[in-house]
Design a protein around this ligand. Structure first.
Ligand code: C5P
Length: 232
């Protein structure tokens, strides 16, 4: 991936037909597509091959969190399938992350660590952790710091947390930001949203957008509008 910020479209759709219809409607406006669990459980490998056949790049967002041996196997399978990015939970710990990083078998698969999901507010996260959490960004930073040295390529970071994650993770880390909304758009269930230009200025390398594009009357025009906003 070049360091020019790019855009990944989240294919959070109920079936492969709907997903490929969206990809075809977007045409040449986007090359990265994020495949999550809904579609992957239904028809994952076939969909990845269809996307590759259309010249698209696949970001497999299954957010793995399991024992090291199992996650290592999942990473090897994703690499063999031709996926270029995949996510796993930082809370899986160093042994899981190191096993994952060493299972890529020389493929181009890059691994991206997930800290705190963007749908969490500090209060929600504190309730889950059963301890005080004043600031979700601090939790994100703590998890990233804990994962340094495990061999990951980057981290998911909501745009408001991107500068502090960048300071911890360094210039080479690929920072991926969901929770992107054009100015005035509905946040849906995202709690920490940023506009495209805010995310780019915060230092995000790959902006992830789902519902604003999949729900648009003209998805290609929406992608163009997002790219125009990325450029400022
Ligand atoms: O529709 P929307 O633009 O909110 O989609 C955001 C996408 O990014 C979803 O696929 C969601 O699963 C994913 N994501 C997220 N927060 C994270 C990691 C991934 O919203 N921390």
């Amino acid at each position: 991936m070049s360091r020019q910020p790019d855009l990944a479209i989240a294919l959070d759709l109920p079936d492969v037909r709907a997903a490929l219809a969206l990809v075809d409607a977007i045409g040449g406006e986007a090359s990265w597509y994020k495949v999550g669990p809904v579609l992957f459980v239904r028809d994952g490998p076939a969909l990845v091959k269809e996307l590759a056949g259309r010249g698209k790049r696949v970001f497999l967002d299954l957010k793995w969190h399991d024992i090291p041996n199992t996650v290592a196997g999942a990473v090897a399978s994703a690499a063999a399938l031709g996926c270029e990015l995949a996510t796993l939970h930082l809370i899986g710990g160093p042994a899981m992350l190191e096993a994952a990083a060493s299972s890529r078998n020389g493929s181009g698969l890059k691994l991206i660590g997930v800290g705190v999901l963007t749908s969490f507010s500090a209060a929600d996260y504190a309730a889950v952790m059963a301890r005080g959490v004043a600031d979700v960004g601090e939790e994100q930073e703590r998890l990233v710091r804990f994962a340094l040295g495990a061999g990951l390529d980057g981290f998911v970071a909501a745009a408001p947390e991107t500068p502090r994650v960048r300071r911890v993770a360094g210039a080479a880390a690929l920072l991926v930001s969901p929770g992107i909304r054009r100015a005035g758009a509905a946040p849906d269930d995202q709690r920490r949203v940023a506009t495209p230009v805010e995310a780019v200025r915060a230092g995000s390398d790959l902006l992830v957008v789902g519902r604003p594009v999949s729900g648009a009357k003209d998805p290609a025009a929406e992608v163009r509008a997002i790219r125009a906003e990325m450029a400022g």
